[in-house]
Design a binder for this molecule. Structure first.
Ligand code: PEP
Ligand code: MN
Length: 337
C-alpha cells in the first residue's frame, strides 16, 4: 500500500503517521519529493482500515497494491483449488455439471427429473426447498419436506444434492441433508449467513449478487473462508444492467477475471442469466469456452407447470444436448492448453 501525503504536510504529522503504521507492524519506506511525501508499506495490508487512514486531513491519496481479499486470492494460493463432492471433482480441468428443478415441488417431480438428468450426464442434483422469491405471494418452497425429497432422490439415483440455505438459523438443518449448500444471489452479502456456512465443513456454492462487483463477490467468499471453510465454489449467474431483454446480463468476463484473481473454481448458471430456455445452451457454451469449471442448469420435465422459473427451465432432452456440446468444448479447451 502506498500513502501519498499532501504537499505542505508538517514533518511532525508525517512522523506521526509513520509511527502509527510501524505500531501496526508495517515496515515503512519514506520517499521525500519536492512537494509530496510518499509512505510505502510492506506487510499484510488486508486488515488495514483504509477509510481511517483516508480520514487523516494530511492524506492526499492511498493506492492499494495488494487485493483486499487474502484466502481467495491466487497470490495466497497459486494453484487451482480442486473440490471433491462425494467423488465428483471441480476445478483444474474437472468439469462439474449440476442440474435439477428451480424448486422442489413434489417427490414425483424430483424423482422424475433426477432420473432424467442422471441419464444425460448430471453429476449433482439441484433443487430449492427454501425459495427466496421476489414476491411474498410466490411459492416459497416445501422447506424440510423438500430436503427429505432431495435426500430420497439422492438415495435412488446416487446424485449428491445442492440446495439453497436462506437464513443463518437453518444452516445446520440444511447441512444435515445437503452435500453442497447454495448461497443465492440475494444473500451474497448476508454476512451472518456467510459466517454460519463458513463454520460448517460443507462445500458452499456462492452465487454472485445481482449488483455485486467481482471484488465484492470475492470478499463474500473471503467471509466464508475466514471462518475456516475452504470449500467454496463461485458461480456467475448474471448481473443487472440496463438491458431488459434477458433476465440478467451474463458477465462472461467475470470467468477469466476470477481465474486471474482467485484459485477457487468458478462455474456458471446460464439459466438465471438468460431467463429464457432458448438462450441457456448458447450461454452455457460461451461460459465453458471462457474457462468455467462447470454449469448449474435448471431442468424440468414439465416447464409449463413449474412452480418457479419454468420459462428458463430446459426439458431433459435439451439438457442432454447441452451437456454433450459443452463437454466437447471443455475437451477442446484442455487440448489447446
Ligand atoms: C436459484 O438457483 O434458483 C436461484 C434463486 O438463483 P439466484 O440466487 O442466482 O437468483
Ligand atoms: Mn431458479
Amino acid at each position: 500500500m502506498v500513502i501519498i501525503m499532501k504537499p505542505q504536510t508538517p514533518k511532525s504529522e508525517i512522523d506521526r503517521m509513520e509511527e502509527r503504521l510501524i505500531n501496526l507492524s508495517f515496515d515503512v519506506h519514506r520517499s521525500q519529493g519536492e512537494n509530496y511525501t510518499i509512505l510505502g508499506l510492506i506487510g499484510d495490508t488486508t486488515k488495514i482500515d483504509v477509510s481511517q487512514l483516508e480520514a487523516n486531513e494530511y492524506v492526499e491519496r492511498i493506492i492499494r497494491v495488494q487485493h483486499p481479499f487474502k484466502r481467495v486470492s491466487r497470490s495466497f494460493q497459486p494453484n487451482d483449488t480442486v473440490i471433491d463432492i462425494a467423488g465428483h471433482k471441480v476445478g483444474r480441468g474437472n468439469l462439474l455439471i449440476i442440474a435439477g428443478p428451480c424448486a422442489v415441488e413434489s417427490q414425483e417431480q424430483v424423482l422424475t427429473i433426477a432420473k432424467d438428468i442422471k441419464k444425460h450426464g448430471a453429476q449433482l442434483l439441484r433443487g430449492g426447498a427454501y425459495k427466496p422469491r421476489t414476491s411474498p405471494y410466490s411459492f416459497q418452497g416445501l422447506e424440510e419436506e423438500g430436503l427429505k425429497i432431495l435426500l430420497e432422490a439422492k438415495k435412488q439415483y446416487g446424485l449428491p444434492v445442492v440446495t439453497e440455505c436462506v437464513s443463518p438459523d437453518t444452516v445446520e438443518l440444511v447441512a444435515s441433508y445437503a452435500d453442497v449448500i447454495q448461497i443465492g444471489a440475494r444473500n451474497m452479502q448476508n454476512f451472518a449467513l456467510l459466517k454460519e456456512v463458513g463454520k460448517t465443513d460443507k462445500t458452499v456454492l456462492l452465487k454472485r449478487g445481482m449488483s455485486a462487483t467481482i471484488e465484492e463477490f470475492l470478499m463474500a467468499a473471503e467471509y466464508i473462508m475466514a471462518e475456516g471453510n475452504q470449500n467454496v465454489i463461485l458461480c456467475e449467474r448474471g448481473i443487472r444492467t440496463y438491458e431488459t431483454y434477458t433476465r440478467n446480463t451474463l458477465d462472461i468476463s467475470a470467468i477469466p477475471a476470477i481465474k486471474q484473481l482467485s484459485h477457487l473454481p468458478i462455474i456458471c448458471d446460464p439459466s438465471h442469466a438468460a431467463g429464457k430456455w432458448e438462450m441457456v445452451e448458447p450461454l452455457a457454451k460461451a461460459a465453458i469456452a471462457a474457462g468455467a469449471d462447470g454449469l448449474i442448469i435448471e431442468v424440468h420435465h414439465q416447464p409449463e407447470l413449474a412452480l418457479s422459473d419454468g420459462a428458463q427451465s430446459l426439458k431433459p432432452d435439451k439438457f442432454g444436448h447441452l451437456v454433450k456440446v459443452c463437454k466437447e468444448i471443455a475437451a477442446l479447451n484442455l487440448s489447446l492448453v
